[in-house]
Ligand binder design. Sequence first.
Ligand SMILES: [Zn+2]
Length: 429
Amino acid sequence: MKTAILADLLDFTGDPGLADRQSAHVRWRPAHWLLIDECGRIAAVQPDAPGDDWHKLDHSGQLLMPGFIDTHVHSPQVDVIASWGTELLDWLNTYTFPAEARHADPAVAQTAADLFTDALLAHGSTSAVVFPTVHVTSTEALFGAARQRGMRLIAGKVLMDRHAPDNLRDDVAGAESHCTALIERWHGQGRLAYAVTPRFAATSTDEQLAMAGRLVARHPGVYMQTHVAENRAEVAWIAELFPQARSYLDVYARHGLLNERAVLAHGIWLDAADRQVLADTGAQIAFCPSSNLFLGSGLFGWAQAAAAGVAVSMASDVGGGTSLSMLRTLADAYKVQAMAGQRLTAWALLHAATRGAAQALQLGSEIGTLNPGAMADLCLWDVAVGPVAQRRDALARELHERLFAWVTLGDERNLRTCWVGGVQRYARP
Ligand SMILES: [Zn+2]
């Protein structure tokens, strides 16, 4: 049956910039009906109630937005979220690699994939760009769980053929044939897409990075995801491992891994030449403020990236990040940028987590928007939960003030309902 939802609708018609509270690209439609057709797509948005052939849901006074898009997150790392006391390279060896090794077991991989995809939806993220583990089992389980839930998910088997424990290393030939089989099986199946996934330059040999570049060239439309310039010790190590490269980013550029479907997490320690390469190739930076703060990695320069024309999206980077909630991630992003004197609007933050990410992923007509024709991946939010947030909300004088307080004070407890392709996939108990 066709569904119509009455709520306060918010989305974006363009990039609102970083600091413009009055941006004309903010589309606020209070007390509007959003109509979902039989195929799970948005049919229309209108002020008047539709006819009797629509199943009507009255959520007056609640906020309806496109589901969030988390552009960098690790499905097996739910098990190591909130692990104490390390920086990136120690954190990998101490916590992450042992946890990821367990995903060779198909039963572990399946349980983790179900838990992870349900958790994404329960936090208001309807789409994600995800690292499983080096294991085919883990990749299969993740794709299967996303397909079952109808989610737009981009993922791929992690590539690591050096500087990792024995039980997490692959090799060039084996990885190439596994990736090719996974691409044939999953890429373009429903709403799934494959991403060629070298973990980071340190854990792949030149030969494996060259193989990754071949996969990208051979399969137009696949994505590429990796990490870049997250931590200073890591950057120094990459310089030792790849003395011929101009920079960390240049390692990927040399292997043909940068294009408009490339998602690079972090990008904290980049220079102007790197930013120009990102802008020229259309590769995006997934900004992971919670992770960057938690691991003490550094403060990403969003204003410099934006000035250079680099696309920036938002990511939880769980388990380096400490929450799957994009609201908490956005609140951390505000604070990180405030350290550089840049005050981001709620619009800048929310845009980056919806339309901005969708555009950067070349999926702008499918997700991140309430435009007719887009998939009905939607989240319904309470703007204020609890006495402090409710008091603050009652005192807010205009829309930006209200929604900035929501972004800053809110989390997954504000989420009421989540629909994926028009199907309800989460409802707050
Ligand atoms: Zn990561």
